[in-house]
Design a protein around this ligand. Structure first.
Ligand code: NDP
Ligand code: MG
Length: 329
């Protein structure tokens, strides 16, 4: 069983007389900086001068420095800018300023695990990854609770790296909910496999292909959208709240029988074989190599995919239905 840490397992002591330089003030950067500061931690923010978040961080009372300067001043350099830009920013603004036993922090393991960032061998390298978007991390903290998080230690030169990761988790409010220990490798791989096979890739393709199947069989696209997409949310809400069996208890017996008897014929062993291929590509680094090769023009690559999807009938009908439902203007 995985070890779970709570408030009483963590102490803020290892952050005393230390400065955390939070690099980035976006979704995670803002929430983590604010939560840590409210927990009494000394936090400074590192940003690029020309960016829009510099003013935002200043307006919320932080002392903001250029990234290289914040790196010099911080004892813990917590890198919270988008993953694809981290390697370049690390090379140009961070690496040469990591003198004297600084710790490096991340909220996702991709760049360290796939060696896009190779930290100095004498620094502690830790991960604290809250399992929610920044906004929710901040809201639950303000409500007196927290969101769960994962911690991991990649390099422990001080012998205190785990303590420090737990201290940051506590300052973020995450130990109130529970913190699980993992590794950079497992966090990175399971995140990629999950988002490709189920969350982003799998669900989206399932909905799209279900929609296409209905439309190609001659049903009205609007009807198809309700069946293949809209109702997916209702089912997912039930699964989220009650589990698979709980969801089945809430639907009709016909749906129950159809789902149980026919579902495995649709999402069959072949789909699972495809999923296992994904596991192979993630573990071998093939996926990472492909994605990293696109880092430099990632927005162009993504725009291309997004534009193509935007023209798909499911999006055209979807916009109409969402307007009808008052979800979109
Ligand atoms: P964001 O996209 O919200 O980060 C935006 C911030 O990064 C801004 O302050 C922006 O500054 C700065 N930034 C962007 N590009 C550059 C650049 N080229 N040079 C310097 N600064 C730059 O990132 P997230 O908060 O989403 O992600 C941060 C980390 O947290 C990632 O490792 C991610 O995987 C992880 N994570 C994210 C979660 C989420 O829900 N978002 C959940 C858990 C982990 P400017 O105003 O100057 O553009
Ligand atoms: Mg993910």
């Amino acid at each position: 069983m995985v070890k779970v840490y709570y408030d009483s397992d963590a102490s803020l002591d290892s952050l005393k007389r230390r400065t955390v330089a939070v690099i980035g003030y976006g979704s995670q950067g803002r929430a983590q900086a604010l939560n840590m500061r409210d927990s009494g931690v000394e936090v400074i923010v590192g940003l690029r001068k020309e960016g829009s978040s510099w003013k935002a961080a200043e307006a919320e009372g932080f002392t903001v420095y250029p990234i290289s300067e914040a790196t010099k001043k911080g004892d813990i350099v917590h890198i919270l800018i988008p993953d694809p830009v981290q390697p370049v920013v690390y090379q140009s603004e961070i690496r040469n300023h990591l003198v004297g036993r600084k710790a490096l922090g991340f909220s996702h393991g991709f760049n360290v695990h796939f060696k896009q960032i190779v930290p100095p061998s004498d620094s502690d390298v830790i991960m604290v990854a809250p399992k929610s978007p920044g906004r929710r991390l901040r809201e639950t903290f303000l409500a007196g609770f927290g969101v769960p998080a994962l911690i991991a230690v990649e390099q422990d030169r001080s012998g205190k790296a785990r303590e420090m990761a737990l201290a940051i988790s506590k300052a973020l409010g995450c130990t109130r909910a529970g913190v699980l220990e993992t590794t950079f490798k497992d966090e990175t791989e399971s995140d990629l496999i999950g988002e490709q096979t189920v969350l982003v890739g799998g669900l989206m393709e399932l909905i799209k292909k279900g929609f296409e199947t209905l439309v190609e069989a001659g049903y009205e696209p609007e009807l198809a959208y309700f069946e293949a997409c809209n109702e997916a949310k209702l089912i997912m809400d039930l699964i989220y709240e009650r589990g698979l069996v709980g969801m089945l208890r809430a639907v009709s017996d016909t749906a129950k029988y159809g789902g149980l008897a026919v579902g495995p014929e649709v999402i069959d062993e072949h789909v699972k074989l495809n999923m296992k291929k994904v596991v192979g590509h993630v573990r071998s680094g093939k996926f990472a190599k492909d994605w990293v090769s696109k880092f430099d023009n990632s927005s162009t690559v993504l725009d291309h995919f997004m534009k193509e999807l935007d023209r798909h009938q499911i999006e055209i009908v979807g916009r109409k239905i969402r307007r009808m439902a008052g979800l979109e203007k």
